[in-house]
Design a binder for this molecule. Structure first.
Ligand code: AVI
Length: 314
């Protein structure tokens, strides 16, 4: 099945349900990836900066957890992007003279090319074996006798619902051997106003990021969404610890698709649910580890307890 076929099926299912919904996994076309880079630099979007700072300032500690014996490891990063956040951790591993192969996985060839350039410049000694592909489907071949450390940063796990997150972690578990590790970057529960602002920035970049999904559907499925007739809406639920984003139809309207040869009715005020971003507590991190078969080894946070990096054992 091609990507286009999967998108077609997804839209048909997602826009014919009582609560219309589209997955945020489709946000990341070229323009979506560009907008996400901008989001990561926004004042309200603290996640990237805190994670970066944690990886930088606690790199030594993390590298001791990762590799107490300096044995050969394969560092497999799911959704590495351009590798900017992982460089300091890799530098700490290199300083400890850990025999490490870094295996960044990403669906973007462009991001992997940037990553290779970055490592060539700042850490040319690091062995890198990039994997172009979707981490839900691919896993690199690892030689016997090497320990695997699987990494998923950026609180990307939070974009999956609980079932999806556990399923992904169980899949990772199935590829690891006893003693292998998982390292996750997770955003923590905090002031709801701050969380909401992170998904509704004052410059409107997150709104543009959300609306870009409709531009993608116009281009790829011959749809005729009028972006001026939809608004970005972001919420944070303190009961469920989830930030959610929606696109809200401003008027009664019908949106047509040439590819699907049909129309979709939207009432004024009707929403398309486009993204969830789960936030975590120490207890929910423990619970997630247990549900997916791991032991929580250590969890580091920044001094304010806003963001966590957690290391789990298979
Ligand atoms: C990629 N992911 C973890 C981001 C998040 O925080 O959920 C995507 C994002 N959506 C809006 N802003 C950032």
């Amino acid at each position: 099945m091609t990507d286009r076929d999967r998108l077609t099926e997804h839209v048909l299912q997602g826009l014919t349900r009582p609560q219309k919904a589209l997955s945020s996994a489709w946000f990341y076309d070229d323009e979506g990836s560009r907008l996400f880079q901008q989001i990561m630099a926004l004042p309200e979007y603290y996640l990237t900066r805190l994670e970066h700072e944690l990886l930088r300032s606690r790199a030594d500690e993390l590298s001791r957890w990762i590799d107490p014996r300096c044995s050969p490891i394969d560092l497999i990063e799911l959704g590495s992007g351009d590798g900017a956040k992982t460089l300091s951790l890799c530098q700490a591993l290199a300083q400890r003279e850990v025999d490490c192969i870094y295996r960044p996985m990403d669906v973007s060839a462009h991001a992997l090319a940037d990553l290779s350039r970055r490592f060539d410049t700042y850490l040319p000694r690091m062995a890198i074996e990039p994997v172009l592909g979707d981490y839900f489907e691919h896993w690199p071949q690892i030689a016997e006798g090497r320990r695997q450390v699987a990494m998923l940063l950026g609180s990307n796990l939070g974009n999956l619902d609980e079932h999806g997150a556990v399923k992904l972690l169980q899949r990772v578990h199935s590829h690891l051997r006893p003693g292998d590790l998982v390292l996750l970057g997770l955003d923590l529960v905090k002031d709801p106003a701050m969380l909401r602002a992170a998904y509704d920035d004052s410059q409107g970049v997150t709104a543009a990021f959300n609306l870009n999904l409709l531009t993608r559907l116009n281009r790829e499925l011959g749809m005729d969404f009028d972006l001026a007739k939809f608004r970005h809406y972001a919420s944070y639920c303190p009961l469920e610890h989830v930030a959610r984003s929606f696109l809200v139809s401003q008027v009664d309207q019908v949106v047509n698709s040439k590819t699907l040869d049909r129309g979709f009715v939207f009432l004024a005020g009707e929403t398309i649910y486009t993204e969830q971003s789960q936030k975590y507590t120490m207890a929910s991190i423990e619970h997630l580890a247990a549900q997916s078969g791991f032991d929580n080894t250590c969890t580091l946070t920044d001094p304010r307890g806003w963001y966590a990096i957690t290391v789990w054992h298979r």
